[in-house]
Design a protein. Sequence first.
Length: 607
Amino acid sequence: MPDRQASIRLRLMRVVMTTTLAALLLSAAVLLLYELRSDRAGWVQDLRTQADLVARASLPVLNLADRQAARENLALLQRKSQIDAAGLYDTQGRLIAAYAAPDQPPLSAELAGGGAASRFRQRQMELRQPVMRDGQLLGTMLLRAHYDMWPGLLDYLGLLGIVTLASLALAAVVAQRLQRAITEPIVAISAVAREVVQTRNFGLRAPRTTRDEVGALVDAFNDMLRELGGQANALRAADRRKDEFLATLAHELRNPLAPIATALAILPRGDTDRATLKRMVDMMQRQMQQLVRLIDDLMEASRISTGRLTLRPERLDLVEVVRGAVESVAPALLERQHTLSAAWPAPVWLDGDRTRLGQVFANLLSNAAKYTEPGGRIGIAFELAPDSVTVHVSDTGIGIPADRQQEVFEMFTQLDRSLARTRTGLGVGLAVARQLVQMHEGRLELHSHGAGCGSVFSVLLPRLADAPAEPPPLASGRPPPPRATPARPLRVLVADDNVDFADGLASALRHDGHQVRVAHDGLAALELARAELPEVGLFDIGMPGLDGYELARALRREPGGAATRLVAITGWGQQADQQQARAAGFDEHLVKPVDMDTLLALLARVA
């Protein structure tokens, strides 16, 4: 880092000094050329003046042709060291008088040609000055002189050197101040960035010393730190919630597995009475439903977070939906001996997804039953407005502190963080419920006066002003459909690498009279299918040898394979998984654990 700082400072110094020196040299060169031209022109003009003075003094001499007097006049030019020779010619170009320096050749006796008034030959100049009076030419004055520019040039260069050094010194002072103005904020930013990396303290800020672009850079850096600090806090909170969620998930999965394991240990005993067996089976079914509910909650959270959840809206009666939710949680209410009070209005019509809205209210009622001590009170109230309806679900439960009332709607948030874990849940229900309500263009709000004061969850939804002409039949109160029985036994091929699941499913199907063969990998299943083509194939997707997709494609290519009913039975339940299964040739897609009534109904339709 110090090398970089020195590099920046050195570069700034080089830029300032180089620019200053280049400007000085350019201006000096221009001024030098101008000075040389001006000095030379002045020198020529001075010689003309001297020649004119001598010529005017020689007018009487020219008239009398007095050579001695002419030489005396020309001798006056000896004082000019630059004049090498001088001559006075008459109108015929004959030399009247001449002067020449000791080391110079004499002038010619005849004035050759007219030529230019002044003419330079290397460092020597020849000047011809006509001698006139009253417009009449009386003769010509000829001067020959040498031009020595070095003395003046050396003086100019000396002065230029002094000015250049002074200018560079001033530029160095300016560059140093510029360095501090630019590099000090950069050095401060570097120091703050290094300290943030070492300490993870995103509260640090670089000082702003200017209001120019460098100051804007400092502000941008501080804004970036502020944003990174917020993101770091959010990541830490998300990481903490993830750890809590994983611990909670492990706890919640072990809870139903423990009684199932106990029941499995009791069932094989030969001395177990029928009442105990029935109780164990009922308990295993309840715990299995709990496991399925946990997995469904996770799947719902995944679909919502990835934007793959879609609604199937229809015109429905919200009162009927809430009644159905009450029926679904009735066992929990009875188990904890809660009192439910509800004021049921006339049908309230709206456009919505019946299943998703039922999920919302079942979640709210389940939470109310779970977080209320036994013997509590739970209430349902409808508040109608011309274009909306609000359903209030209240309880006398543990309440929610004010500082956590928004947190409970975040994914994987747990209210009960104690080791006792007397109240189960993954912390996804309320987050999913709020998202579902928002997808219906509504709001889910919470009101609680704090711990121990109970809670009220309010669901506001847009309603329809008019009821439909033919209301749909009520879903609640219907008797459960009779269990489907096949018209004839079917040839069924089960393929799954989970041996226990495959053998258990085969036993259940054989109990209903079907002819079942079992394979535990894709290649073995294909060999069995080629030996005797099944009427129904129940295939897992993830199998060794051939996976379920490859097995389905291979079976479809067999003679008569197109008539086989293929059902994918898998743990992958996303919409994309269903589409991929259909593309591979499956007719149906069932998610584990399989509901036997659904599977038997499917076999009955095939038979």
